[in-house]
Design a binder for this molecule. Structure first.
Ligand code: ADP
Length: 369
């Protein structure tokens, strides 16, 4: 097993193009499960393919273990890739599919059989060893594809959207299986997905990418609580964080966030951060779950923090409701308890949990800390 280091890695496919990956530096620790997440086209696959040796590195270095691998052919890197297409050989049994990578590497027959048995046991597919892939479900096929990575005793697993061919229920189940699998084999894993929920539930740490640039690398909790910029704040979390451009006003020793539709007291611990923005515009971020309806406040939040709003739509989701609100042209999404009885067209007052407010510089979009 091994750590993986990206050292100022840039990939430009053809001259004049924007870099697909731009000056990427990060270290994936030995035994870590790192998720790279970002919208389509942000450079995730390119980064993975450079680790695998399937793409040349334009600038910088990639290190696996203690070796710079830039000039090492893929077969000498000892990494195993799992893609969304399972790429199993249809005419071979599961057993032969699993053994094939070992055969290619001239592993002796006895050891091959032993490693295939071990991988099949780990993945709980022993009962399917003699079947052909077409006689397996999608989830079982994906496990065989994983098995091919496991039998190789690779130093690093690279997984590129491996669950995207599975239906929603199976995806959730296979996600959990993958985590358990990683707990057992502890192989350093880089896992690529565009799905922020998948990233949040799976990663030890998450690397958020946008337009080829690493935006933030941190634990799921820290990304959620302390997003470094507006992109990360808006990308992680569902429904997405509300952003409102507000003017920072000072009056009677307090700061207020003001828009044409409301004037909200900014709690002192946040106001301290905004001293350089008095009289200026900042972007205020509030997660939907941090908006509370007045009746649920129990006096926790002062009157001068309340925002008036009209209920546009209420979506019932069983254990929670999504409430879409407007305040003078500003739309807000709130995620509330179903006990909050609300109806379309109702005029209500809401407040944001004071210690959960986020502020971003409107020009740089960096978090104001
Ligand atoms: P992601 O995996 O995040 O969807 P990719 O790494 O596939 O992103 O793509 C990053 C950028 O590089 C995109 O703009 C994409 O169009 C471009 N790109 C990817 N592969 C190639 C290629 N083989 N040739 C030229 N451009 C490519």
């Amino acid at each position: 097993m091994a750590r993986v280091i990206f050292d100022q890695v840039t990939k430009i496919y053809s001259r004049g193009d924007q870099p697909a990956v731009s000056n990427l530096s990060m270290e994936i620790e030995d035994e870590e499960f790192l998720v790279m997440v970002g919208p389509s086209g942000c450079g995730k696959s390119t980064a993975m393919r450079m680790v695998a040796g399937l793409e040349e590195i334009t600038e910088g270095r990639i290190i696996i273990g203690d070796r710079v691998v830039n000039d090492l052919p893929p077969k000498d890197r000892n990494v195993a890739m799992v893609f969304q297409s399972y790429a199993l050989y249809p005419h071979m049994s599961v057993r032969d599919n699993l053994a094939y990578p070992l055969k290619l590497r001239k592993v002796p027959k006895q050891e091959r059989e032993q490693r295939v048995r071990e991988a099949a046991r780990i993945l709980d597919i022993e009962q399917y060893l003699d079947r052909k892939p077409k006689a397996l479900s999608g989830g079982q096929r994906q496990r065989v594809a994983l098995g091919r990575a496991i039998v190789r005793n690779a130093d690093v697993f690279l997984m590129d959207e491996p669950l995207s061919n599975l239906d929603a229920k199976l995806r959730v189940q296979t996600r959990a299986e993958l985590i358990k699998l990683h707990d057992r084999v502890r192989t350093t894993t880089i896992y690529v997905t565009h799905d922020q929920t998948e990233a949040m539930t799976m990663g030890d740490r998450i690397a958020v990418m946008s337009l080829g640039v690493l935006q933030q690398l941190d634990t799921p909790q820290n990304l959620y609580d302390y997003p470094a910029n507006k992109f990360v704040a808006g990308f992680m979390g569902s429904p997405a964080m509300n952003f409102i451009d507000v003017n920072v006003e000072a009056a009677d020793g307090k700061l207020y966030a003001s828009t044409p539709g409301f004037r909200m007291h900014i709690p002192d611990q946040k106001a301290r951060l905004l001293q350089n923005y008095i009289g200026k515009t900042v972007t205020m971020g509030i997660r939907p779950e941090h908006l509370v309806e007045r009746s649920q406040l129990n006096g926790r939040i002062p009157e001068d923090s309340l925002i008036p709003a009209t209920v546009d739509v209420v979506e019932l989701l069983g254990n929670e409701i999504f409430v879409y609100l407007t305040n003078r042209g500003t739309t807000l999404t709130a995620r509330m308890d179903p006990e909050t009885k609300l109806q379309r067209g109702q005029e209500i007052q809401i407040a944001a949990e004071p210690d959960k407010l986020h502020f971003f510089d409107p020009k740089t979009e960096e978090a104001i800390r």
